[in-house]
Ligand binder design. Sequence first.
Ligand code: A2P
Length: 272
Amino acid sequence: MNQLLNPGVIENATPLHPDAQTVTSVQHWTDNLFSFRLTRPRSLRFRSGEFVMIGLPGDNGKPVLRAYSIASPSWDDELEFYSIKVPNGPLTSMLQNIQPGDQVILRPKPVGTLVLDALLPGKRLFMLATGTGIAPFASLVRDPETYEKFDNVILTQTCRDVAELAYGRQLVESLPQDLLVGEEVVEKLKYYPTTTREISPNQGRITDLIESGKLFLDLGIEGFDPEHDRVMICGSMGFNHDVRSICEANGLIEGANSHPGSFVLEKAFVGE
Ligand code: A2P
C-alpha cells in the first residue's frame, strides 16, 4: 500500500511529502462525484475562486497532480474540493478512495481568473456553472466580499440529472444560517439549478434559457445590461465558448487579473 495513504503511518509521523496535507472529511454525492476537505497550510493565502494543484504519489513515486478550484472561502481554516471520478483517471481513480487521516499533496500556489479582482465594479454578478464548475462559486458565495461588491448575485448550475446538483443545492440551502454571509445571502443571492437529461423544475441548458429570456423571467429580473452586469463562467470548453459568445453579443468584455472586465471564465477542472 502506498504509505502516503496509510492513516496508521501518518498519525505520529512527520509528513512524507513536504506539501502533504491531511484529509479531514470526505463526502460522496453520486457514483461520479465527491467532495473532501483538507487541512490548510498556515502560510496559504488565496482569493476566493482561485485554484491550486493537488495530487497523490503515482506508481513511480512521482506525484500525479491536477488543478482543482478551492471550493471553500478564503477565510476558512480548511480547504474544500469538489471532484468528479473519472473512470481510470490517473488521479481521481486513486483520489476517490481517500479517507479522513490520509494525506494529499497540495502545491500552495493559488492562481486563477475567477476572482472578484478581475471584474470591474458592477451591480449584478452572474455565476454560471456546469458540473464541477460550481466549485469556485462555492467559494465565492461564502465570501462576504462578493456581497460587499454586488447588490444581486445569481448562481446557476446545469447538470445532466438532479442527483448531480446535490452538492450545490445543499451548500446554497445552508447559506442562510452562515454567520458571516447569511443575511446578505437571503437578501441578494438567487440560485437557479437546471437539468438537461432529467425532469426538474428548471430544465434545459442555461445558454438556451438565457437566450430565450426564461432565466430572467423565472427569476423576475431584467435581461443582461453590460453596464452593470458582471459574469463569471466555469464549465466545459463548449459551455465556456458558448457563454462567452452570449456575453460578447450582449456587449460584455472579457477581463483578467491584469485588466478587469465585465466577464471572466475558466475551464472546470476535470481531475482525470
Ligand atoms: P447536455 O446534457 O445537453 O449536454 P457534461 O456532463 O457533458 O460535462 O455536461 C454537464 C452539463 O452541461 C449538462 O447538463 C450539459 O447539457 C451541459 N452542457 C454541456 N455543454 C454545454 C454547452 N455548450 N452549453 C450549455 N450547456 C452545456
